[in-house]
Design a protein around this ligand. Structure first.
Ligand SMILES: Cc1ncc(COP(=O)(O)O)c(C=O)c1O
Length: 361
C-alpha cells in the first residue's frame, strides 16, 4: 500500500546533515518551513514532530479548551478527533458527504452552537473539503483547522476563480509525514501552516516550549521540533512532490477508466473544480472482506479505512454521541477498500491489479 522513495539524493542530504553535527534547530528546519510555505502558498510553515501534535498545537493556538465545542468528522483517522479531547474541549461529530467523504457543510451549519469555536475539516484520502466550509467558518467566526495529513499537493479552485493548495484552505493547516503519506521525512514528522498573521508567531513558539525569541515562555508549549535530518530528507522529498502526486493522479485515472462498467465496484469520485492528491484510492463495494480476500489470494495488498467510525471507538464510550447514527459515515465504513495508488507503483503492477479487479465478478 505504501512504498516511500529513498534514493542517493535523500541519503546524501541526511548524511550531510549528520556530518554537520547541527542536529537540531538549524538551517534545514528553517529552509523546509520556507519551502513548504511556498508550496502551499501559505503565510508560513513550521516543521513539527508529527500530524497529531500539529493538530493539538493548532487547537492550543486557537485557544480552544474546556467548555468549547469543535466540529469534526467521525470518518477519519482517530487523531483528527482525539486532539480535541487532549485540549479538554468537546468534539461534536458530524456526518460526511456520501460521494466525497468530507464534512457535510449543511450538517456542520446545523451543529453550530454558541459553544462552537472551531471546525476540523479533513481532506480525506487526499480529497479536499468543500470550499463552502471555508465560507461558513468565516461567516460564523469559527477557526478552520485544516487536517491536510493526507492531502499534500491537493488543489481547489474557489467560486471566485482563485486557486488554492492544501495547507492554505483554512486558518491553520496540519500535515503528517508518516512514511505512507504522499511525501515523508525518514521517520515521524509533521508541518503546521497558517494563512493568518495572528497565528504565525504563536505557531513557531508552541513547537519550542512556548518561548518567545528572547527565550521567555509566554504560552504553554512543548518540544515539538523536527530533527534536522528529517527536515533535510523532507526538503528533498518536497522537491519531487508535484511529480509524485502527478503519478498518483495518472494511476487513479487508469483505475477509474478500467472500473467504469464494473458490476460490483464503484470507482471514487473527485470533487468538481479540485485536484485530488490520491493519498488513498478507495473503491466502494458491497462486500469488502470478500474483495480483499480475492486480492490477497493474488498477492495484492488492500486495506479497509475506517471500519469503526471515531465516535464509536471505546475512547468515546462516555461521549453523548457514542451510539449516534451518522448514515453516510456508517456506509463508507462498511464499503470502502483502498488499493495501491502510490507513485512508485509500476505500470506492470498496476495492470496486474486491474486484471484482478476485473476478474472479481
Ligand atoms: C487524517 C489524518 N489526520 C492526522 C493524522 C496524524 O498524523 P501522524 O500519524 O503523523 O501523527 C493522520 C495520520 O495518519 C491522518 O491520516
Amino acid at each position: 500500500m505504501a512504498r516511500p522513495t529513498w534514493n542517493s539524493e535523500m541519503r546524501s542530504a541526511a548524511l550531510a546533515t549528520l556530518d554537520s553535527k547541527q542536529w537540531v534547530k538549524g538551517a534545514q528546519g528553517s529552509a523546509f518551513g520556507v519551502e513548504f510555505a511556498e508550496h502551499c502558498v501559505a503565510l508560513s510553515a513550521t516543521p513539527c514532530q508529527n500530524g497529531s501534535s500539529a493538530l493539538w498545537a493548532a487547537l492550543r493556538i486557537a485557544e480552544i479548551g474546556p467548555g468549547d465545542e469543535v466540529i469534526v468528522p467521525s470518518f477519519t483517522f482517530i487523531s483528527s478527533t482525539t486532539c480535541v479531547l487532549l485540549v479538554g474541549a468537546t468534539p461534536v461529530f458530524v456526518d460526511i458527504e456520501p460521494d466525497y467523504y468530507c464534512l457535510d457543510v449543511e450538517q456542520v451549519r446545523q451543529a453550530i452552537t454558541p459553544k462552537t469555536k472551531a471546525v476540523i475539516g479533513v481532506h480525506l484520502f487526499g480529497q479536499v473539503y468543500a470550499s463552502e466550509l471555508i465560507d461558513l467558518c468565516k461567516k460564523e467566526n469559527l477557526v478552520l483547522i485544516e487536517d491536510a495529513a493526507q492531502a499534500h499537493g491537493a488543489t481547489q479552485t474557489y467560486a471566485d476563480g482563485s486557486s488554492h493548495t492544501a495547507g492554505a484552505m483554512g486558518d491553520i493547516g496540519c500535515f503528517s509525514f508518516f512514511p505512507s503519506k504522499n511525501m515523508a521525512v525518514g521517520g515521524e514528522g509533521g508541518m503546521l501552516t497558517t494563512t493568518q498573521i495572528r497565528f504565525q508567531d504563536r505557531i513557531v513558539g508552541i513547537t519550542n516550549h512556548g518561548r518567545s525569541p528572547d527565550l521567555e515562555a509566554i504560552q504553554l508549549g512543548s518540544n515539538l521540533r523536527m530533527s534536522e535530518v528529517s527536515a533535510a530528507i523532507g526538503r528533498s522529498q518536497l522537491s519531487h512532490l508535484e511529480q509524485w502526486v502527478g503519478r498518483r493522479r495518472k494511476n487513479a485515472e487508469k483505475y477509474t477508466a478500467a472500473l467504469a462498467t464494473h458490476p460490483l465496484i464503484n470507482a471514487p469520485k473527485t470533487r468538481p473544480n479540485s485536484q485530488h492528491a490520491w493519498h488513498q484510492y478507495c473503491i466502494e463495494t458491497e462486500n469488502p472482506t470478500h474483495l480483499i480476500a480475492h486480492l490477497d489470494e493474488r498477492g495484492i495488498d488492500a486495506r479497509r479505512y475506517y471500519t469503526v467510525p471515531c465516535h464509536r471507538q471505546q475512547v468515546y464510550n462516555s461521549h453523548h454521541q457514542f451510539n449516534s447514527e451518522l448514515p453516510n459515515t456508517e456506509r463508507a465504513a462498511a464499503s470502502l477498500v483502498a488499493i495501491p495508488v502510490m507513485h512508485e507503483l509500476t505500470a506492470d503492477e498496476q495492470q496486474y491489479i486491474i486484471e484482478a479487479l476485473l476478474e472479481y465478478q
